[in-house]
Design a binder for this molecule. Structure first.
Ligand code: NAD
Length: 467
């Protein structure tokens, strides 16, 4: 087991929380273990005709609910340990936000920037083929999604490969995070970052907790620093700013920048696209390396890039009072203890970045039902709102303009329904884990684990062990 450091770290956090549960060691062991681990190797013919061996993994952590669900990442850090740990985190995350899936994770050990688009397509399609052969993908068995360095394009390749090789009327539900014309759902791309925003906003709206941290109530005017301006980091920052918070620092691969007066996100994105770097943007100060900004002054720190970014070296110097773990596993166990001792509120990854899997769940439901959310009811809702507004007009002096009528009487479409489901999910789950935190005098990470353990443990109790 000693090679499984990240997985061990997840299990250590699990064990800490499990002390507060009523389940015995055997049942807890069953919850913790990875049910299926698949190491895939296959040859890639590169564009220049040379052959290269590619390594990939897919881990299904828990079959207590099916299908299992979890992203696929492209990264040189991918290995068995990382994939097992991330699959386990998916199980707990799904349980925390009441998404009825077991956890899974996949990864291919490549540096995406070193391959052409055609090579990436061949890698993705061959990986999918290998998953199909071993029943590691399917609408009712295991449903991948995007993760680090993968997105809608790769999910589209996965669906297309699955559809070519199987005959299943529900094939669209074999993967989520697809492009909308291929059965994807409006709101999925931004879902994880938007969920991060909902979660942090909810934390900031708890008066007792803000008083304890010495912070004002509410998100407006709070300052934040974000690490990684990819899918999750960019969207989290965008909605945090729309919610009234001020972005004062950014870390990216090439370095980190800080400006206490605030950094314009959209202009920074354009600047980076044009120059290839965040360094030199407007009046920002360039810091000595790409992690230095994590130690700068701010209320909220949002690591949204990779694992182990907050560690025992930088944790003692981190000034943020709230750590919003947008990435998976960004804080080492040691750093967690240091930050906790300093009084920080750590909003853990296994809750905070669950927006992606929540909306993936909605996408999967849409694919199985073969109908877009809102398609049946949108116009009926509009008609009844219009009737109510007309009654108001009739009993008052007020006449609504066409523009007001259109705005006030609009029914909910797919995006609005997805967004509302996501907001509700993140708010309910935050309050569940925050209440557990207070009840057991533990931290939010332990509370999220405990919440998941309780929900999964009950299922195993009812299932019994077969055969
Ligand atoms: P992404 O590839 O879109 O973005 C990652 C960003 O981090 C990139 O902009 C990259 O340049 C930057 N980065 C890489 N190394 C860095 C470093 N050392 N310092 C600063 N920046 C660095 O990936 P993503 O989908 O945004 O995923 C980010 C994290 O969020 C991962 O941990 C992933 O597992 C987690 N996550 C993603 C989703 C999702 O829906 N995409 C869901 C849940 C969790």
């Amino acid at each position: 087991m000693s090679d499984y450091k990240f997985f061990e770290q997840v299990n250590k956090a699990f064990d800490n929380a499990a002390q507060h549960s009523r389940f015995d060691k055997g049942l807890l062991g069953q919850i913790k273990i990875c049910n299926n681990v698949y190491h895939i190797t296959f040859p890639l013919e590169r564009d220049d005709g040379t052959i290269e061996v590619i390594h990939g993994w897919r881990v299904e952590h828990s079959h207590h609910k099916l299908p299992t669900k979890g992203g696929i990442r492209f990264s040189m850090s991918v290995n068995e340990d990382e994939t097992m740990a991330l699959a386990a985190l998916m199980t707990y995350k799904c349980a925390v936000v009441d998404v009825p899936f077991g956890g899974a994770k996949g990864g291919i050990k490549i540096d995406k920037s070193k391959y052409s688009d055609r090579e990436l397509e061949r890698i993705t399609r061959r990986y999918t083929y290998e998953l199909i052969k071993k029943d590691f993908i399917g609408p009712g068995s295991d449903v991948p999604a995007p993760d680090y360095a993968t997105g809608a394009r790769e999910m589209g390749w996965i669906l297309d490969t699955y559809r070519q090789l199987t005959s299943n009327i529900n094939s669209e539900a074999c993967v989520t995070g697809k492009p909308v014309p291929m059965g994807g759902i409006r709101g999925r791309t931004e879902a994880t970052g938007r969920g991060v925003y909902f979660g942090i906003r909810e934390a900031c709206e708890n008066k007792e907790d803000m008083d304890e941290l010495g912070l004002e109530l509410g998100l407006p005017d709070k300052t934040f620093i974000v690490q990684g301006l990819g899918n999750v980091g960019y969207h989290a920052a965008k909605y945090m700013i729309e919610g009234g918070a001020k972005m004062v620092g950014v870390a990216e691969i090439e370095g980190s920048i800080y400006d206490s007066d605030g950094i314009d996100l959209e202009q920074l994105m354009t600047f980076r696209q044009e120059t290839g770097s965040i360094i030199g943007f407007e009046n920002t100060k360039e810091l000595k390396n790409n992690t230095a900004v994590l130690e700068e002054e701010c209320d909220i720190l949002i690591p949204a890039a990779l694992e182990n970014q907050l560690n025992e070296e930088n944790a003692p110097n981190i000034k943020a009072k709230i750590i919003g773990e947008a990435a998976n596993g960004p804080t080492t166990a040691r750093a967690h203890t240091i930050l906790k001792e300093k009084g920080a509120l750590i909003i853990p990854d296994n809750y905070l970045n669950a927006g992606g899997v929540t909306v993936s769940y909605f996408e999967w439901l849409k694919n199985l039902s073969h109908v877009r959310f809102g398609r049946l009811e949108k116009r009926a809702e509009e008609t009844s709102y219009k009737k109510i507004l007309t009654v108001i007009e009739n009993i008052s002096d007020r006449t609504f303009t066409d523009e007001e009528m259109a705005r006030l009487a609009s029914g909910a479409g797919e995006y609005e329904l997805v967004d509302s489901g996501l907001e509700e999910t993140m708010i309910v789950a935050y309050n569940e884990i925050n209440n557990l935190r207070k009840k057991h005098d533990i931290d939010l990470r332990e509370a999220a684990f405990l919440n998941a353990i309780e929900k999964i443990g009950v299922i195993y109790e009812h299932m019994g062990i077969f055969p």
